[in-house]
Design a protein around this ligand. Structure first.
Ligand SMILES: N[C@@H](CCC(=O)N[C@@H](CS)C(=O)NCC(=O)O)C(=O)O
Length: 231
């Protein structure tokens, strides 16, 4: 079983490569260059109708037939159930993991994502938006810091909740929050970074990682009219 992982090097994709590395599941990465518009290709939209990566195709899905999954939270739950790891079967423990997974999906990703948009990409620097989203990044980090007080991991044992939160907190720590203020998050980030599976998951597609300002074409593709064209 080799999972096809449709990805581009951003935190939402690293969640899945971290899982696959940690679980030792064979996979291959199929690049979706979102600055070039690959996310609008009909073949990709057929598996990911929201024109966002990551997405996966498991050639051996339920009933031994292929299945595609989009949305990183859904992918993590699917894979965890498939391999029987990183999502407890016991109802109480499972709820704890799902709470923090959904907290990441609904809060950490969107808010830190918007902080990134207004701090790095918006053509005008809008103080209200920058303050709103960087404050949310700090508030969410504070919530996580409280949760990690006295706990090694976010929700019981190491789980898909940790894997979902890690790449975003790693980014926030570089750009929007001062880790000295959040000692439990700092400790947790270091512990996860030391895991070989996490390190390998974070290292995928190094060569495609964009460390320069976006070009006008990339900007138009990601934030412009391309997003609203009917397909
Ligand atoms: N909620 C989605 C978010 C995925 C997402 O926002 N992906 C971005 C990159 S981080 C993307 O593919 N953007 C392409 C576009 O904006 O057209 C998930 O977690 O899977």
């Amino acid at each position: 079983m080799t999972i096809d992982l449709y990805a581009w090097p951003t935190p939402n994709a690293y969640k899945i490569s971290i899982f696959l590395e940690e679980a030792g599941v064979p996979y291959r990465v199929l690049p979706v260059d979102i600055g070039r518009g690959d996310q609008f290709a009909p073949d990709f939209l057929a598996i990911s109708p929201n024109n966002r990566m990551p997405a996966i195709v498991d050639p051996e899905g339920p009933g031994a037939t292929p299945i595609s999954v989009f949305e990183s939270g859904a992918i993590l739950v699917y894979l965890a159930e498939k391999v029987g790891q990183f999502l407890p079967a016991d109802a109480r423990s499972r709820v704890r993991v799902l709470e923090w997974l959904f907290w990441q999906m609904a809060g950490v990703g969107p808010m830190i994502g918007q902080a990134g948009h207004f701090v790095r990409y918006a053509p005008e620097k809008i103080p209200y938006a920058i303050e709103r989203y960087t404050n949310e990044a700090k508030r969410l980090t504070q919530v996580l810091d409280r949760q990690l007080g006295g706990h090694d991991f976010v929700a019981g044992d190491y789980s898909i909740a940790d894997m979902a939160i890690y790449p975003w907190m790693h980014l926030a720590a570089k750009a929007y929050v001062t880790l000295g203020e959040y000692p439990n998050v700092d400790r947790w980030l270091r512990a996860l970074a030391a895991r070989p599976g996490v390190a390998r998951g974070m290292a995928i597609m190094q060569e495609q990682r964009i460390r320069r300002p976006l070009t006008d074409e990339e900007r138009a593709m990601l934030f412009g009219k391309a997003q609203l064209e009917r397909r």
